[in-house]
Design a protein around this ligand. Structure first.
Ligand code: FAD
Length: 393
């Protein structure tokens, strides 16, 4: 039985472990953290991701803790005027196997972990930071111990150690944008404040997204603000509630009410980092997957979905032949164009969301009159089916 050694047990690493173990591989996942815990934040999964999770038979478990939004609604952040409302989960046929779901990250992680650990030959090793890799012998090292396999997967996130070891790559770049992330109990909010849909409020140099998770018990909030002068010492920094309030001063009263409900909670500001698309994703029998090779800004809500797609494509290509390096070449060829497009479209969305003055007025007018909106983009994202042999990548 071939053996895969995977660095990182995020959404990408766990998905890769599930995909490979289902395809008959022995899998060991090495996670640096002593406990697998997720930040208190939400994650949206489009049909392109849930179709794969359904194939892995995980949808029933995910549905228990997910929320299914009715639409994506874009509004002007000050007036609250609806600029565009695109239905989600409207097609009952697609809903069966590829719904649009919103989850607390801990709930998604729990489902993925339990699926992995129920598969024969799969093992999760916590407190195992990977510090070395040899792509020619498909081995990695961890605190002085060497582990040998047939394949090494670097799924160790945007600050990937494996990316650095394999490609001596450049550092990440602060995008000049920071993100507030809040998780609020729905029962602490005024009744009717949060509709059962994803709300996107667009304002000058900032935007705010909110949606329900955990069956509607919690509301996830992400507020992104352009902050080019900030020089973050850390990726996440504790910040004052007053700063959060100041960042959204002047916004619609619904946003103010939402933020006011966070007054007693600890507030954190994330520095959003980026990296240019990379030309080569593998060396010999070691490859990168997920944020390690294509970190994706959150403005399309597709970074985790791309990691899940990577995992499914990798397992599919490895199943097609015994030649691992040839499979890795096909994996790279299939995944690079799509992930590059998603990285670039996510960056472009930030510019559109944050327009000011006349440009913002024009954006709002074209959206209100149905001349612009997420339609074509979301079709290209959501209809993509990596499991189907004829799928266009
Ligand atoms: P990570 O989640 O970063 O996991 C990497 C893992 O590797 C971690 O567990 C880490 O501890 C471990 N690790 C690191 N180094 C080592 C080492 N040396 N040895 C062993 N283990 C190691 N995406 C969506 O699809 N939908 C969304 O709605 C969405 N919203 C987002 C909102 C925000 C504000 C942000 C910032 C991102 C969002 N994303 C979203 C993107 C998504 O979170 C990421 O793309 C995704 O989590 C990447 O998963 P990953 O497994 O590749 O990396």
């Amino acid at each position: 039985m071939p053996r895969a050694l995977i660095a990182g047990a995020g959404i990408g690493g766990l998905s890769c472990g599930i995909a490979l173990a289902r395809a008959g591989w022995q899998v060991q996942i090495f996670e640096q953290a002593a406990n697998l815990s997720e930040i208190g934040a939400g994650v949206q999964l489009g049909p392109n991701a849930t179709r794969i999770l359904d194939h892995w038979k995980l949808l029933p478990a995910l549905r228990q803790s997910a929320f299914k939004p009715a639409a994506l609604c874009a509004r002007d952040w000050r007036s609250g005027q609806v600029l565009n409302r695109s239905p989600l989960n409207a097609d009952p046929a697609a809903d069966g196997g590829s719904p649009y779901l919103q989850l607390h990250r801990a709930d998604l992680q729990a489902v993925l972990r339990s699926a992995l650990e129920s598969l024969a030959g799969a093992q999760l090793l916590l407190d195992h930071p990977v510090d070395g890799v040899d792509p020619d012998t498909a081995s990695l090292s961890c605190g002085g111990r060497i582990f040998r396999g047939d394949l090494v997967v670097g799924a160790d996130g945007i600050r990937s150690t494996l990316r650095h070891l394999l490609f001596s790559d450049s550092a990440t770049r602060y995008t000049g944008q920071s993100a507030w992330r809040l998780m609020l109990p729905a029962n602490r909010l005024p009744a009717g404040l949060i509709p059962p849909e994803t709300s996107l409020w667009m304002g000058p140099g900032r935007h705010l997204v909110h949606y329900y998770v955990r069956g509607g018990q919690l509301v996830n909030v992400v507020g992104v603000v352009e902050q080019p002068d900030w020089t973050p010492a850390n990726w996440v920094e504790a910040a004052d509630f007053a700063e959060l309030q100041a960042d959204f001063r002047g916004a619609h009263p619904d946003i103010q009410a939402l933020i006011a409900a966070a007054e007693s909670l600890p507030c954190y500001r994330w520095a959003l980092h980026d990296r240019a698309p990379m030309p080569q994703w593998y060396r010999a029998r070691a490859l990168l997957l997920g944020d390690a090779c294509h970190p994706t800004l959150p403005f399309l809500a597709q970074g985790a979905a791309m990691a899940i797609e990577d995992a499914a494509v990798l397992a599919g290509e490895l199943a097609r032949s015994a030649d691992i390096e040839a499979a890795l070449q096909r994996y790279q060829e299939r995944r690079q164009p799509r992930t590059r497009w998603v990285q670039q479209a996510s960056r472009r969305n930030a510019r559109i969301f944050h327009l000011r003055g006349v440009a913002a007025g024009l954006r709002n007018w074209t959206m209100r009159h149905g001349l612009a909106g997420p339609g074509r983009l979301t079709r290209r994202l959501y209809e993509h089916d990596v499991l189907h042999p004829g799928a266009r990548d």
